[in-house]
Design a protein around this ligand. Sequence first.
Ligand SMILES: [Zn+2]
Ligand SMILES: [Zn+2]
Length: 457
Amino acid sequence: MPMTADALQQLRAGATKKVHITDMPFTRSNWHKHINWLNVIFIIGIHLYGCIQAIWVPLQVRTAVWAVIYYFFTGLGITAGYHRLWAHRSYSARLPLRIWLAAMGGGSVQGSIRWWARDHRAHHRYTDTDKDPYSVRKGLLYSHIGWMVMRQNPKRIGRTDVSDLNEDPVVVWQHRNYLKVVFFMGLGLPMLVAGFCWGDWWGGFIYAGILRIFFVQQATFCVNSIAHWLGDQPFDDRNSPRDHVITALATLGEGYHNFHHEFPSDYRNAIEWYQYDPTKWSIWSWKQLGLAYNLKQFRASEIEKGRVQQLQKKIDQKRAKLDWGTPLDQLPIMEWDDYIELVQNGRGLIVIAGVVHDVTDFVKDHPGGKAMINSGLGKDATAMFNGGVYYHSNAAQNLLSTMRVGIIRGGSEVEIWRRAQKESTAQYVRDGMGQRIIRAGEQVTKLPMPIPTADVA
Ligand SMILES: [Zn+2]
Ligand SMILES: [Zn+2]
């Protein structure tokens, strides 16, 4: 049935209504709609106010110490609680510890556990794609803070399952009472402690409250930005996560992020004892106290597999950049008589193991002298090269390979040697890029055993 003009109009109006602000370009009249003003207040506005207040509120030593301690408590609420416990389920925690972590995590003002874990699971599942809520591919600043300052289309964020979190009453309670938790744990408690204990109400509010929130937030943001930008990729370099000690220092041990994205359900981020991971140390200590259990850990052999595969890939890339000589099957076939004729016409050709090499430019550089190499031209120099005169080094074999120009057809003794050589290494090992791996001593010109001759001086 044809559509009436009215219905079409309505449909169009409906369609334009549904366009999310993030899908519209920035203009002078709509720029303010692109900004998430609530987040601007929570992550920029309040901190600016704190900085200004700090100019005339003196910082007392006791308040400074308290602010640092509370920084670690609330930071661990995020790293050990929000992240490793709830987002990744890398261990289990008893009720008192869960309440503690939910309260402390709330005090770092980064959203509820439920909201945080959902976004973080999407980040792991859709790393670097459009469905990653803080994809570093959209820019370092975007992954650090832009994704919160700018409004996001919730439909863009990849779907993840958080049904397990709905079964944890602590998570559900914290989500429902989030604003109360934030104001009490973020600002109220730090002020009350400093105020009741040593009378520094304003200092507690500004330093242990506002400015401490700023540092905890920035540290967490670094995991989304710096940890996807700075450092090594020992386990997999197909995505952006990286390992770096600086990020680890800034984030209570969350800086071994390449490992973490590979093994997200491991309660550790740093696997070596000397690496800085206070979050891991805390979880381990809670286990000793009976507060945490079921700490998950990938087997060392599984971790090593990933490391070896990545190393292999790096080696393949290095090998691909080197000249290993034209592969034998791509060389032209030459008759023995043609070979002799070319040498008689002045070409510096030498046959070793059935392969013709052009050494014209190399003769003057030959470490064994001009005379020695010249004596092999136009001959089958296989035996001379392989011990008859001098048992050439692996480096010499490699260098010789780069001078290949052809293969001799015919039933000479070199042909037989060559075949024997080929048969012994018939199962050519190829790398990830399909290139044959030439190991030391496996060059086609190399005979397995040096050839002893009577006439060696
Ligand atoms: Zn990440
Ligand atoms: Zn994670």
